[in-house]
Write a protein that binds this ligand. Structure first.
Ligand SMILES: NC(=O)c1ccc[n+]([C@@H]2O[C@H](COP(=O)([O-])OP(=O)(O)OC[C@H]3O[C@@H](n4cnc5c(N)ncnc54)[C@H](OP(=O)(O)O)[C@@H]3O)[C@@H](O)[C@H]2O)c1
Length: 238
């Protein structure tokens, strides 16, 4: 796909990986709807990268608000080309210390939000004459797991299965689906998550470049899954 002039929806665009992907796509003259809950952070990104970044203050776990926004934004003459399901929450703790609220937050954001965005946008993508692309941000913890990550891994293993089924369903509609599974990334994710950062994490910008390249692959070439890892994951903190 030639990204110039295309329309993208990125969830979780107010920080970390989502913001980095928004910057990379806007640099390629893509029009990006950046969804997140924090108005101030979204506005800061718009001030930084310009009018092609359109902040959309929304909680993706709220299916009614999402439905209203999508139906009023997209129509025959304004169809989405790219959806990046990136918004996510992660808390890591012993199962008997994980609150029900945190369980629900992870399920509602990582899983329900991804389903709502995808199921509501796919009808518009099916009307699009261009090849479209959905990229789901999974995790290395959706392929292998660790102790005290049961809830988070449950959502990311689910994203893996969701993505694989979806690519088989949507390829005949010229809609690509890719599951991107990063290892640890240097973002705010670690601040509340309960796991420790290390000194050699993946950089959001570097992953954003890989995602851009995945979107730019020839129309008949589909990467259904990709895993990205730092080279020295356990390097000591400096
Ligand atoms: N960091 C890592 O090591 C790592 C590794 C593998 C995979 N991942 C995955 O990468 C993705 C991005 O994470 P990150 O590392 O960039 O973390 P981050 O900096 O904490 O970003 C998370 C983003 O999700 C948004 N978000 C959370 N809940 C939301 C909701 N209900 N509705 C709308 N937006 C919501 C947040 O914005 P608001 O708070 O403004 O809503 C924020 O923009 C996640 O899916 C995460 O699971 C991260």
């Amino acid at each position: 796909m030639n990204i110039k002039g295309k329309i993208a929806v990125i969830t979780g665009a107010s920080s970390g990986l989502g913001a980095a992907i928004a910057r990379a796509l806007v640099a390629k003259e893509c029009r990006v709807y950046g969804l997140a809950r924090n108005t101030e952070k979204l506005e800061q990104i718009k001030n930084e990268i310009g009018e092609n970044f359109i902040p959309v203050v929304i909680d993706i776990a709220n299916k009614d608000l999402l439905d209203t926004w999508i139906q009023k934004t997209f129509h025959e003459d304004h169809l989405p080309d790219i959806l990046i399901n990136n918004a996510g929450a992660g808390y890591f703790t012993k199962i008997d210390a994980l609150t029900f609220d945190r369980w629900h937050e992870m399920i509602n954001t990582n899983l329900n939000g991804t389903f709502y965005c995808t199921s509501l946008l796919v009808p518009f993508m099916k009307k699009n004459k261009n090849t479209c692309h959905i990229l789901n941000i999974g995790s290395i913890l959706g392929k292998t797991t660790r102790a005290e990550g049961a809830a988070y891994s449950a959502t990311k293993y689910a994203i893996q299965g969701f993505s694989e089924s979806l690519f088989k369903e949507l390829r005949s509609y010229k809609i690509k689906v890719t599951c991107v599974n990063p290892g640890s990334i240097d973002t705010h994710f670690f601040q509340e998550s309960g796991i420790h950062a290390h000194s050699n994490m993946l950089q959001p910008y570097d992953i954003a470049i890989v995602i851009t390249q995945l979107i730019e692959t020839p129309d008949n070439l589909l990467v259904d899954e990709i895993t990205l890892r730092p080279l020295q994951a356990q390097a000591p903190m400096q």
